[in-house]
Design a protein around this ligand. Structure first.
Ligand SMILES: [Mn+2]
Length: 239
């Protein structure tokens, strides 16, 4: 009945399988994946399909899934019914921005799938949670991909927009809550200022940052067991 959290897998299928093996996830355990499954790494579609097939995995939406959803649905339509007029400035900007954010491996993998498997992916992303609240051994955890926007004391998750939760970053120097932990991905711990242990799980001020930069050189994929506090890591990225 253990609860694990993981984030920002970014197409690193081998690292994902390596960590899954290390945590030895059983059917009665739950794995929360805090978004950014897609893009950057070599096998984003495989990671997505594996997660969709796991009944005990709960996925939250990351900014990369939002970008992908917009664009994949558009690209799907274009394959059968191309019309240059439909490629308006807004859509073009979305595509360009997604490509700048490492979309190539996602698009390549997606193109190899038949219509039903493509649909499986886009429909599954729409089912992803925006946030989750879990209680483990009497401790409360709020799980989001990015942050809570421009946080102010008293701001609740219900006050946040989708953009706040998925795109914004946390100020790890400020304690947001006295009575719960905020667990976030999105910001690699390598980028947290004055972090004594970059590339490993970061805990301070009731924040837990779990994106250990699986796609960055020297980074790794992490999992945290909320029941025991035990940390699990893939081998470091040599790329
Ligand atoms: Mn992100």
């Amino acid at each position: 009945m253990a609860t694990y959290v993981m984030s920002d897998i970014h197409g690193e299928y081998e690292k994902f399988m390596e960590v899954l093996e290390k945590i030895n996830l059983s059917d009665s355990d739950t794995l929360y994946v805090l978004g950014d499954i897609l893009d950057r790494g070599p096998h984003p579609i495989q990671v997505m399909q594996k997660l969709i097939s796991m009944e005990n995995a709960v996925c939250l939406v990351g900014n990369h899934e939002l970008m992908a959803l917009d664009c994949l649905e558009f690209l799907q339509k274009e394959i059968t019914n191309f019309s240059i007029e439909k490629l308006d400035k807004d859509m073009l900007e979305k595509l360009v921005s997604w490509l700048h954010n490492g979309a190539k491996t996602t698009i390549d993998g997606f193109r190899k799938l038949d219509k039903h498997k493509r649909r499986d992916i886009t429909e599954s992303i729409k089912e992803f949670s925006v946030y989750e609240e879990v209680n483990v051994n009497g401790s409360e955890y709020l799980l989001v991909h990015g942050g809570m926007g421009d946080f102010y004391p008293g701001k609740t998750i219900e006050d946040c927009t989708l953009h706040d939760v998925v795109w914004s970053r946390v100020d790890y120097f400020i304690k947001y809550f006295d009575d719960k932990y905020l667990v976030t991905g999105h910001t690699p711990t390598q980028y947290i200022e004055d972090n004594p242990d970059p590339g490993f799980i970061y805990r301070a001020n009731n924040h837990i940052a779990i994106d250990c930069g699986a796609h960055l050189r020297g980074g790794r994929l992490a999992a945290l067991c909320l029941d025991t506090g035990e940390e699990f890591y893939s081998a470091a990225n040599k790329k």
